[in-house]
Design a protein around this ligand. Sequence first.
Ligand code: ADP
Ligand code: ZN
Ligand code: ZN
Length: 738
Amino acid sequence: MPKTSILRVAVPSPLRRHFDYLPPENPTTPPQPGVRVRVPFGRRTVVGLVLELAEESDVATPRLKRVLEIVDREPLLPPDLLALLKWGSRYYHHPIGKVVMNALPTRLRDGSPIREPSRNLWQLSEAGREATAHPLNQAPRQQQLINLLSQAPEGVAEQEIRLHLPNWRSIMSRLKEKGWVVCREPPPISSRRTAAAISDADRPRLNPDQQNAVEQVIDAAGKFSVALLEGVTGSGKTEVYLRIIEQNIAAGRQALVLVPEINLTPQLLERFTRRFPQPIALLHSALTARERLAAWQRARSGEAAIVIGTRSALFTPFRRLGIIIVDEEHDTSFKQQEGFRYSARDMAIIRARDAAIPIVLGSATPSLESLHNAQQQRYLHLTLSQRAGDARPPRFQLLDMRHQSLQEGLSAGLLEIIGEHLQAGGQILLFLNRRGYAPTLLCHECGWSRRCNRCDTHLTLHQYERRLRCHHCGAERPVDLHCPECGSVDLRTLGAGTERIEKALQQHFPDTGIARLDRDSTRRKGSLQRLLKEIHSGHTQILIGTQMLAKGHHFPNVTLVGILDTDQGLFSADFRASERMSQLIVQVAGRAGRAEKPGLVVIQTHHPEHPLLQQLVTRGYRQFAQTILEERREAELPPYSSIALLRAESVDARRPMAFLEQAEHAFRELAPDEVVAWGPVPAPMERRAGRYRAHLLLHSGSRPALQQLLDRWIPRLETLRERRRVRWYLDVDPVDLF
Ligand code: ADP
Ligand code: ZN
Ligand code: ZN
């Protein structure tokens, strides 16, 4: 048969394959890739998405079932996005049906019809204007429509007409028969509302580094290229993005901007709306399903010129995408940590490649992967070496905590420096990546401590709410008043979190505005905005916070940044810990001295002589990164190799290891020569939320070799006897080992 006879369909199922169906008997609309279909699946009817049309199936034809219904008249997803999803399913070895459903707005997953927003504009024709110039004896509803159209010579959108006249179509067709109206497509994005709504005077003059960065990316327009934009915080990266997008819009194309955090989107949005008159759509997880769908459709129809969003915004369909920007590309929240474990940054590069457009990865502290690619000349390396305007880089000082008297985690030396900066009228920012009051509650008599029942960890004391909480599984309970082992009431807290530091500061600097910025203090809606406002007004003089501080906020009056605890980053089992630690330090430090006041960064440590720390503070992030890249090369760790983790978990302590041992056996049977397996071993924190966890790490110097091995290995895992007794999943390019 020459014509298409098979539909390859992605069905929401954990099976790692597509399913073939015959087209419906009498399709009302032709099947095409990207449309949703209702299909029989097992005993149920499910909604799937057509991936491709084929002439033949691997399954014998009489056994094939028929599609029950084709849901969409037009493809929901364009071919480039379908290609991206197929790539993601293959590379991360995740079932295609799950990958596809993950990419669709929830409202569309159940097969609800999509209201195609019409892009048509209606206007009076020349003849129509003449004929209706004088009041005629029209049918009242025709007259109503004529009035509406005559008020808007540039045309009225169909959605708007519908608001005024629900049954407008039949009336319009009568006007059309008379030749009084014409219908047309709206003009492309760029010519809508003159692009130069912002005059040159309202934009800063680019410095030579910025100018060069913008030009290089613009020169690459219309073909695939990756640019790594490395610029210290405050060096004007965002300004570079804005200019590139401006040019892109002028060429009639849309832009996608990916950011790591929802908290970043409002600030960025404000800057973008001030600059661009064109519609901008926001996409992040805090939207309702309806808002998400609306934003998704505005991108798909081409109405939104710019989409700003977190990770999953990568799967937005566009009409004419021209550029992708990934801001803070080093941020690990671009990697999804559950279900479909993809890296939005890495997949964004694939999307840009398939769409033949440029992509810009921006960061003050680029990931080692991206630095390595830039050094291999795979990426264009653009650097902004100066802070924009007059701001100067901060000074670093290591503060030796050994032999110092400590007040709740604050050294006497640091308290003194804080005092000086307060005197001078500066603002102070203190960073501690641990919320709550104290991470341990301990009996001073017998040594008992309160642990989580479900995790291998202590409960953290939250003093304000008088609760003990597990930061890994969310379990909580009242604070113990006496020891359950020996009955003693002498219970003490060990270690310090942000609450404790806040309290210590209040005692030490009684008449000072002190605020805390962490997940607990910002849980309520609007509280983050309120906190930020108090900092900007100068009411808050000392701010203590977790890594939320490191993310993109501007605090122009900050003259001192104190980093309270870095030592765990120096001695962690995770090979990425030192990279993370340095990125955090540099990002937090970047909050200091962003305006005309110079900044000082003080790092408390018990290891001031540690070579990595020394290098970071004396020579900066780039030199530091060079050193750890060298270490990675010698240890054959990423980016000099590829890794994948097979993880397993179970409430039964022995099962994960039993499954992984079978998996390891299956691996050895395949006898791959370029891939090695390390383990299996229990996870660094073995029990979490009541489940025991273990993993097997696969390692290869060759990414293709690892992929080929996974292609052969995973079907075998699906037949292992122990697989039914565990929850198992694969994590390709994992960002942490916990
Ligand atoms: P980054 O994104 O690298 O942190 P921004 O683009 O936010 O840097 O710029 C930091 C500050 O400097 C902003 O207030 C911005 O308006 C300003 N700025 C950026 N580029 C210039 C420039 N060329 N001249 C003057 N000010 C600039
Ligand atoms: Zn006790
Ligand atoms: Zn727990």
